[in-house]
Every structure is written in C-alpha cells, then in structure tokens.
Design a protein around this ligand. Structure first.
Ligand code: MRU
Length: 341
C-alpha cells in the first residue's frame, strides 16, 4: 500500500500507526496497529475515534492484512469483528462494505479500495468546508461540540473543517469549544486542534453553553455526526441534543456537517439508530496521560450513552459534501440515494 499520512493515522513502510488520542493533548504517542484485536481495543478506548477515521482505519488494516497474505475467509471474519467495535458510527460499516464488495478480487483490489477511501475522505472534507464556510456570517462566533477535525477524519474535518476554512477566509472571530463530557474530546482534542490552527477559542463546560447563547455570544452552532437517518434525525456525541434544544430556544442556526459516508438511507429515523452504552468508570472519573482519577462512590450506578439523537426539526441545515440541505431537501436526497440502491 502506498504512503498515507493524516494528523492521526499514517501508513508507511508497511506499518499502520495511529496517534493515541487518549494521551492528547500532553503526549503525541504513535501506536503500531498490526492486528484486528489491537484495532478493536484502540477503537473501544477511543485511541482512534471520530466516525470517518474509524472507518478508514479499519479499511487500511484489512488491506494491510490482505497484503500480508490473509485468506478471504480470514479477512471476512476480521471485517465482521471490526464492524461490531463501534455500533453507532455508520462510516465504519460503509467503509467495510466498500471493502467487502471487492474482497473476492484479491489484495490489490482491497489496497486500491482502502487508498481510495482515505483520499476520498480528504476531498469530502474540503467540499464540506467550502459549503459550510459560505453559510457563516462575517466575524462569526461559532460553538462546536466534541472533536470533528483532522483527528476525526483523514482530512481537515467536518464541523472543524468548516471552522478552519472560515478562519482562512477571515470570517471567523471566535470558537466556543464545548468540553464534551464524559471523555472531553472538546477540552482535550478540539482545543489541541484550535491551538495548532491558531484559532482564537475558549473552552467551556457543556452546561455553560446555554448562557453563551442567552448572552448573544454565539452566531452559529456546528457539529458533526455519526449517523444521519433517512428522515434527517442524526446521532452525534452525547450533549448535541442539549445544544440543539438550546439553539432552538435562542433562535441560533444549528448545522450538522457530515459527508455522505455518514448517511444511512436504510435507517428510517433517529429511534432506529443503535446507541452505544459505555462503562461507568467514564462518568465516575477520568483517565489520560496523567493517569486515572475517580471521584464518585464505587457503589453508585451510572447512565452513560456515548451518543444522543437530535430530531430533524431542530436542525437548520445539513452541510454535506454535495451541498447544504434544508429538512425537505435532505429527506428527498436520501430517498433518491435509497431508491437508487
Ligand atoms: O466518541 P467519538 O469521539 O468518536 O465521537 C465523535 C463524534 O461524535 C463526532 O462528532 C463524529 O464522529 C463526527 S467526526 C467528523
């Protein structure tokens, strides 16, 4: 396979390496990933994360294993195991389906498919960024949630891709970074990316976002997605729904930015999106490069869905790589894709 390099994933000298996102922002540690077990463990621990990047990582691993001489049956088993690693992010299933469609053509076809998935994602990010940047007013103050940037995709990102493009065009004044409980992808990863991009920003706890909206300090909210259903409902990092409700109350435009690889035409609505439940330890404490801290009583139980679903009625626009859609537009576009097979 040829050399492929992104912010958090690299393939070179026949080695797949992933930037350990659990260690950021303090340590930039690259991990060698050479087995399905290692990839599944890294996905579960969010060392590799972000819907598009998980799919591309899984595809690159399959292509690598094919080059190492794995037989078709072994590769099919590997794909089935990888598919179960993250149930909500449909990009993983979409990427694996693209790989499975050529699996009987041998290693060269799998390698070509994985390389294409990587390069396509870079191009998808560029197109979303351009469409999204058009939407923002001059001097925009944007609030975002979780991490949707170059750590979550092979390219510049979805919502953060738009933010970076708006900044390049001189349209961006400020970014409000939701900390994003429980795993702090905003406070750790988006803040790390904002610093690298030189974008003025402040981190706030998720529970403080409503105050910023009330005080007129937010012009638009941009978020990513892990799955968009056929009626426009979408799943994203837990806390997105709270933001959408608050944005609606304060009449602030709320956009979801995602490539077509995040759309699931066969999922009728948000209720049908599977939501991953995660471990109690993530709520009762925190871990990272600094070690582990627990603050809740051992015996207390926890509710910890990794994602929530935002109903289509709360979304101002869907920014896809093919353009910006309103509610009727997204439903019609997805229906056309579904009807086309
Ligand atoms: O659990 P994570 O960190 O993988 O959640 C990521 C998100 O929710 C992102 O918004 C989504 O994957 C889109 S990233 C381009």
């Amino acid at each position: 396979m040829k050399e492929l390099i992104s912010t958090a994933l690299r393939y070179r000298h026949n080695r797949l390496e992933l930037l350990d996102q659990h260690q950021l922002p303090d340590r930039e540690l690259w991990l060698h990933c050479d087995s399905v077990e290692a990839m599944v463990a890294m996905i579960r621990k969010l060392q590799i994360r972000g819907a598009p990047l998980i799919g591309i990582g899984a595809a690159l691993l399959l292509a690598h294993l094919a080059e190492q001489g794995w037989r078709e049956t072994q590769l099919r088993d590997a794909a089935a195991t990888l598919r179960d690693a993250r149930p909500t992010a449909v990009n993983l299933m979409n990427c694996l389906d693209r790989m499975l469609a050529v699996i009987d053509q041998g290693p060269a076809a799998l390698v070509a498919c994985a390389e294409a998935l990587f390069e396509e994602d870079v191009a998808l990010c560029q197109r979303m960024s351009a469409f999204g940047a058009e939407l923002l007013p001059e001097g925009a103050r944007v609030l975002t949630h979780c991490n949707t940037g170059s750590l979550a995709t092979a390219g510049s990102g979805t919502a953060i891709g738009v933010i970076a493009e708006a900044s390049r065009r001189g349209k961006l004044r400020h970014v409000w970074v939701d900390e994003t409980r429980p795993l702090l992808q905003g406070g750790r990863l988006t803040a790390w990316e904002m610093n690298r991009l030189g974008i003025p920003h402040q981190i706030q706890c998720d529970s403080m976002a409503a105050i910023l909206m009330r005080d007129g300090l937010v012009d638009a909210i941009l978020v990513g997605s892990d799955r968009i259903a056929a009626n426009g409902d979408f799943a994203n990092k837990v806390g997105t729904y709270n933001l959408a409700v608050n944005a609606h109350f304060h009449a602030i435009p709320f956009y979801v930015v995602a490539p077509w690889t995040t759309v699931d035409p066969h999922c009728p609505n948000g209720q049908a999106i599977p939501i991953e439940q995660r471990s109690a330890e993530e709520i009762k404490g925190v871990s990272g490069s600094f070690g582990e801290v627990r603050w809740s009583p051992m015996e207390s139980d926890v509710f910890n869905p990794a994602f929530d679903v935002t109903p289509a009625e709360l979304v101002t626009g869907w920014v896809l790589d093919t353009g910006v859609y309103d509610r009727d537009g997204i439903v019609t576009a997805i229906e056309q894709v579904r009807a086309g097979g």
